[in-house]
Design a protein around this ligand. Structure first.
Ligand SMILES: *[C@@H]1O[C@H](CO)[C@@H](O)[C@H](O)[C@H]1NC(C)=O
Ligand SMILES: *[C@@H]1O[C@H](CO)[C@@H](O)[C@H](O)[C@H]1NC(C)=O
Ligand SMILES: *[C@@H]1O[C@H](CO)[C@@H](O)[C@H](O)[C@H]1NC(C)=O
Ligand SMILES: *[C@@H]1O[C@H](CO)[C@@H](O)[C@H](O)[C@H]1NC(C)=O
Ligand SMILES: *[C@@H]1O[C@H](CO)[C@@H](O)[C@H](O)[C@H]1NC(C)=O
Ligand SMILES: *[C@@H]1O[C@H](CO)[C@@H](O)[C@H](O)[C@H]1NC(C)=O
Ligand SMILES: *[C@@H]1O[C@H](CO)[C@@H](O)[C@H](O)[C@H]1NC(C)=O
Ligand SMILES: *[C@@H]1O[C@H](CO)[C@@H](O)[C@H](O)[C@H]1NC(C)=O
Ligand SMILES: *[C@@H]1O[C@H](CO)[C@@H](O)[C@H](O)[C@H]1NC(C)=O
Ligand SMILES: *[C@@H]1O[C@H](CO)[C@@H](O)[C@H](O)[C@H]1NC(C)=O
Length: 869
């Protein structure tokens, strides 16, 4: 039954587009899919410094705060950059694989354009004078010491086979702790994945076979947690490894072939004496769960982790970025775990698998030998004469060898993800603690995407608020690494083409008190005149900030002073666009006429509200008056612009004024009231004697069109339902898998046919095609002013210049403005082939203007606008 329901639902959602939500049968809770408040394009970045040498793939970063140096490992080169300004002078080590080695690599069937190079994969401090580095060296890894003073390779090269993977793209993590190198990877194509401590002796590794310990593991990170410090039991330091591997335990969910894990070893492990000789005696692993509760929707692939160390081990938290197993479905979740929960899992019951049915793991309920298998050597064991792991009894070692998996799964704090986003693949995360004005410490998340965007988010009461998203690179490329410097107040991002340094905050971007406070940036506060970095003020009594709610403190600020006042005068019967662009993606526009909110934006009201303005259709003289545009956000109503509109019957005596196009919005979608002076730019007279029938299609035409459209879609629905019902019966026994697949396909369809969804979901909008420029469908989703409804989720983020999978080329021309076009917006649907004057529409307004110009004979009043600032 369930699968039939699901089929029905999918069909309905897909074809009829009744919902603007994802077509997943299990709808995610809306409050987890967070839209970044502002969007900043690459040409609008402030304080951005870049470094790129002759090399590519700046993927390995090592920041040394004290020395003020950022070391970078790239493809065939290492760099030492000045952390205060990475664009300034740098020192370089060229270390490329020799030609004969590259030829050997090519002969192995590897790609000589990407793989047969020396990709630096390991770069860490060894001692006070030297760094240690490893590179893939054209599929023949080598390592070396670097003298940091001269910045040159100081030794003969060492064999790197045991420390560095051959493949530059293979999952890998490494740590250099107290002179010992811990690495985890699948080093060679044919070898099994392995966690190693390889320098100096004794070298240790994980068991190769069977696959109990590691099963096609893909490593993303590792961390040292110093549990010796102030330990009352004489505990050992532990090294945690984070990876995704093939699932072994019996699971109620059929679809998981992979699971996210945390594994750990004790730093003082020496292996066993006879059993587990040169193998870890302390290797245990547990499952990291990141799921949407109630939706049976699991993020199983771990992409990146960040361990935020606390003063005490209990305060240490782990942030993980998770993705889906389906490569062609973009979605990410961020889960946070407490170190205490992780430790508890490792102190809990073990899992067990029967030798004959090795795929089935169940909780072990038998007797556990003493001392507890997999635990580190503590004072209690030392008191019993067990000083090292080599002293452990055989039965303990036998047990741990067969029971590395813990039964208890590690759930995220709060039981659910902090964030779940569709259509975005996050690639890296870094977290920073910030003390805000209220004295509280907040976690700031810096999240990189696979298309080169960086998002800054603040965690408030287990909810994320994404302050802004920044486009770091013109060409999409994954963010490979993120490092934060408290001293430099900078964040460094490594990627394929460059290293980028950005300030941790850019408060001056916010031009008004409301803007500053609504941003909820813990670094920023309003000082009465401007938005400032709170660290730059020692006397903070005058500062205003509201991280918790983001809406208090600006009541007394003179917001009205910033409101633009404009005057418009048009002919009756014309369409008038009153521009009002909102800088925040989270704000919704509200319009008032004579102080009364404009009601009923429906078909007959004569008004349409878009994300960047109000359209008065076929203006009537009684619609003259004072129109005010407000931005509604977080319960605050901020005035943006006031228009005095006069609609007259007679033609003014002056000839029409020349057409002017508004300039492209450049850089950032953030606009400040003071600086914008676009009074004369909005409407353009274009005396075109169009006959009246060339106006918008008549209502009756529209109705007929929609009726037929609905009929056709309904028929299609019916046919597909029958098919799906049939299929549903066939696959009922494998329901879990099927419904998830259907969901994945539905998602793909949705993104591939955005225009279908848009048309059909706006079931009684107008479609205007006659002038051959583009279609407009005025949104009707919120036709009834029902403000209780949650806002519809936004469209996917703009992939500027991205080579996307969309078939209709729509995405390439999607302006960033479209992201905020929810149910109550105009939606730009299709460009006509003939129009080549402007391939990219950065502003929707421009396009509207264009249409209006062509079709209308609007006349601007010769009286200049009054712009009051
Ligand atoms: C960083 O250094 C470069 C090169 O020396 C210089 O052009 C740039 O102005 C510097 N930027 C800052 C913010 O100091
Ligand atoms: C660039 O580096 C040079 C040499 O270290 C230094 O003298 C100069 O002040 C630096 N310039 C900037 C803008 O940091
Ligand atoms: C890669 O190898 C091919 C021969 O297989 C050669 O033609 C090409 O020039 C090589 N490319 C590079 C970048 O070395
Ligand atoms: C650091 O290690 C290098 C390489 O082993 C060695 O040559 C150097 O003397 C060491 N430096 C110190 C201060 O121990
Ligand atoms: C290195 O960069 C190139 C393009 O710049 C990319 O194709 C390749 O996948 C990158 N390799 C790694 C290992 O990131
Ligand atoms: C360890 O204990 C000492 C003395 O009690 C204290 O000063 C120090 O902060 C503690 N260190 C940690 C990491 O808790
Ligand atoms: C463990 O260490 C203690 C003191 O360091 C020593 O007296 C004892 O003999 C050692 N035990 C073993 C089994 O080595
Ligand atoms: C607080 O701000 C007001 C207005 O900007 C200013 O007159 C006053 O001196 C400020 N007080 C302090 C303590 O900075
Ligand atoms: C806006 O334009 C008017 C002229 O129409 C000019 O007087 C005023 O200074 C301009 N304001 C800004 C902020 O550029
Ligand atoms: C607006 O237009 C009027 C008359 O056309 C002109 O005098 C005024 O300078 C213009 N203002 C701006 C900011 O362009």
């Amino acid at each position: 039954m369930m699968s039939r329901d699901v089929a029905w639902l999918s069909c309905l959602q897909l074809l009829c587009g009744m919902s603007s939500l994802w077509a997943y049968p299990f709808r995610p809770p809306l409050d987890l899919d967070i839209t970044p408040r502002t969007t900043v394009l690459s040409n609008g970045l402030w304080g951005c410094r870049r470094f790129s040498g002759t090399a590519l793939n700046y993927s390995t970063l090592l920041l040394e705060e004290e020395a003020g140096v950022l070391y970078v490992g790239a493809r065939g080169a290492l760099y030492a950059l000045q952390a205060d300004n990475i664009s300034n002078f740098s020192r370089t080590i060229d270390w490329e694989a020799p030609e004969d080695q590259k030829q050997l690599c090519l002969n192995k069937g590897k790609d000589n354009k990407t793989e047969c190079f020396n990709h630096i994969r390991f770069l860490q401090r060894f001692n006070s004078t030297h760094l240690y580095t490893c590179g893939t060296h054209a599929f023949s890894p080598l390592c070396a010491y670097i003298d940091d003073k001269d910045f040159r390779i100081s030794s003969v090269f060492e064999e790197g086979r045991e420390r560095c993977p051959y493949d530059p793209a293979k999952g890998y993590t490494g740590l250099l702790i107290d002179g010992q190198i811990y690495t985890a990877s699948q080093y060679e194509f044919w070898s099994s994945p392995d966690i190693r401590r390889n320098s100096p002796n004794p070298t240790l590794r994980t068991e190769e076979a069977p696959t109990r310990w590691l099963y096609e593991a893909d490593f993303v990170g590792s961390a040292l947690v110093r549990e010796t410090v102030n330990s009352s039991v004489g505990d050992d330091d532990k090294i945690y490894f984070f990876f995704t591997e093939k699932s072994q335990e019996h699971s109620p969910y059929f679809s998981h072939s992979r699971v996210a894990r945390v594994g750990r070893v004790c730093k003082s492990d020496r292996g066993g004496l006879l059993t587990l000789q040169k193998k870890w005696t302390s290797f245990l692993k547990a499952r990291l769960v990141c799921s949407l509760p109630d939706y049976e929707f699991h993020f199983n692939v771990l992409r990146s982790v960040f361990v935020l160390e606390g003063l005490r081990t209990q305060d240490t938290v782990l942030y993980g970025i998770f993705g889906l197993e389906w490569k062609n479905v973009k979605a990410s979740a961020i889960c946070r775990y407490s170190m205490t929960d992780i430790q508890q899992a490792f102190d809990g019951p073990y899992m067990e698998s029967q030798e004959d049915t090795s795929a089935k793991w169940t909780e072990y309920s038998g007797k556990v030998p003493e001392p507890r298998p997999g635990s580190c050597i503590t004072d209690r064991l030392r008191a019993r004469g067990i000083n090292f792991s080599t002293d452990l009894p055989d039965d303990v070692l036998h047990f741990v060898r067969r029971h590395p998996l813990m039964a208890k799964q590690i759930l995220p704090v709060g039981g659910r993800p902090l964030l779940f986003r569709r259509s975005v693949d996050y690639s890296k995360i870094a977290v920073h603690r910030v003390t805000a004005l209220d004295g509280q410490t907040y976690h700031m998340l810096f999240i990189g995407t696979d298309e080169g965007w960086l998002q800054r988010a603040v965690e408030v009461k287990s909810q994320l608020h994404i302050i802004e998203e920044l486009q770091l690179f013109e060409g999409p490329q994954p963010v490979d690494s993120i490092v934060i410097s408290q001293k430099q107040m900078s964040v460094y991002v490594g990627s394929q083409s460059a290293v980028v340094q950005l300030p941790l905050s850019t408060c001056h971007r916010y031009s008004s008190c409301f803007d500053c406070v609504l941003a909820r940036d813990p670094f920023c506060a309003w000082d009465g005149e401007e938005c400032v970095e709170i660290t730059s003020h020692t006397d903070r009594s005058n500062l205003t900030q509201d991280i918790l709610n983001g809406n208090e403190g600006c009541e007394n600020s003179a917001a009205d002073d910033l409101v633009l006042h404009r005057v418009r005068s048009v002919m009756a019967g014309d369409d008038v666009l009153l521009q009002c662009e909102l800088s925040s993606n989270l704000a919704t526009p509200q319009w008032t006429l004579h102080g009364q909110e404009l009601q009923g934006y429906g078909l007959n009201s004569g008004y349409r509200i878009g994300t960047d303005g109000l359209l008065v259709i076929e203006a009537r003289p009684d619609q003259s008056g004072d129109y005010s545009c407000f931005a509604l956000e977080s319960g605050v109503r901020v005035p943006v612009v006031i228009y005095t509109l006069t609609i007259r019957h007679d033609l003014p005596p002056v000839p029409p004024i020349d057409m002017t196009h508004p300039p492209h919005q450049s850089g950032t979608t953030h606009r400040t009231a003071q600086t914008s002076n676009r009074s004369n730019l909005t409407l353009h007279p274009a005396p075109a004697p169009h006959p009246p029938q060339l106006e918008f299609l008549s209502l009756r035409n529209m109705e007929a069109m929609y009726l037929s459209l609905i009929t056709i879609l309904g028929g299609l629905c019916l046919v597909l339902t029958v098919v799906l019902l049939y299929v549903g019966f066939c696959v009922q026994t494998r329901r879990g898998k099927y419904s998830l697949r259907a969901a994945a396909q539905a998602e793909r369809k949705r993104s591939g046919h955005m225009e279908l969804k848009t048309i059909s979901s706006q079931c009684n909008g107008k479609v205007d095609t006659h002038d051959g420029l583009l279609q407009i469908v005025p949104g009707e989703a919120q036709a009834s002013p029902n403000k209780d409804l949650p806002p519809a989720p936004p469209l996917p983020p703009p992939p500027p210049n991205s080579e996307s999978e969309y078939t209709n080329g729509l995405s390439a021309t999607l302006p960033s403005v479209l992201r905020k076009m929810n149910g109550n917006s105009y939606v730009l649907l299709r460009q006509s082939d003939g129009d080549t004057t402007s391939p990219l529409y950065y502003s929707f307004t421009e396009e509207l203007n264009r249409i209006l110009e062509k079709r209308k004979h609007t006349q601007l009043c010769n009286k200049p606008d009054e712009s009051s600032v």
